[in-house]
Design a protein around this ligand. Structure first.
Ligand code: COA
Length: 183
């Protein structure tokens, strides 16, 4: 069975396989990868997140795709869509997001995969709008948002963490289908 949803020159974005769970948990427990999250994930937190990803696929037919490097066949992390339901005025909104394991950084993979997702999201899934957000400190992720053509929006406070937390404020990026297709 072919579980690939999107293919780019160097990546496969596909449905999750049971064997992805172990490298997914290792990645989520790595403090380097999770520097801009409140804390690395415990094994239980990864399980919960994995179930949430599966639920979103079942409900919407799209979600955070497992990302695989074609050259090595290794699982790298995820790139794809997720329904953002923060306490913020732009929510609910389909978020485009990414998390790759450290050895795969700096090769342009997140940008390559996210560009393919964005095109698929607007052309095939006909999403009216896509957003993305991250802490003001996460310049790498903001750079990916800019490279795929999202527009920088306002700063906002993530109310699920204390106002004075170093991750606050977050920066919101967005693009509508209309804007994407008219480029
Ligand atoms: C964010 C992440 C997905 C980026 O993956 P990646 O494959 O390395 O990204 P790309 O190579 O496509 O692009 C990264 C860009 O950031 C730039 N960059 C890297 N480190 C940077 C830094 N400290 N400050 C500013 N820009 C930086 C790179 O130079 C590159 O831009 P360029 O092509 O203009 O040179 C990856 O670092 C990651 O998984 N981080 C941990 C999880 C995370 O933060 N997820 C996002 C949460 S919102």
């Amino acid at each position: 069975m072919c579980d690939t949803i999107l293919e780019t020159p160097r990546l496969l974005l596909r449905r999750w396989r049971p064997e992805d769970l172990a490298p997914f948990a290792r990645m989520n427990a790595d403090p380097v990868v999770m520097e801009y999250f409140v804390s690395p994930y415990t094994e239980e937190r990864t399980q919960e997140f994995y179930q949430k990803i599966q639920k979103e696929f079942a409900e919407y037919g799209y979600g955070l795709y497992a990302a695989q490097e074609k050259a090595s066949n290794l699982f790298m992390g995820f790139i794809g869509f997720h329904w953002a339901r923060l306490d913020a005025d732009f929510c609910p909104c389909v978020e485009i997001g990414w998390r790759l394991d450290h050895p795969f950084w700096g090769k342009g993979y997140a940008t390559e995969g996210a560009k393919a997702c964005l095109d698929y999201g607007f052309r095939e899934l006909a999403l009216p709008k896509v957003c993305s957000y991250t802490t003001h400190r996460n310049l790498r992720s903001q750079r990916v948002m800019e490279k795929i053509g999202l527009k920088r929006g306002t700063e906002f406070l993530d109310t699920s963490i204390p106002a004075g937390h170093p991750h606050n404020p977050l920066i919101y990026y967005h693009l509508s289908r209309e804007e994407y297709l008219s480029r």
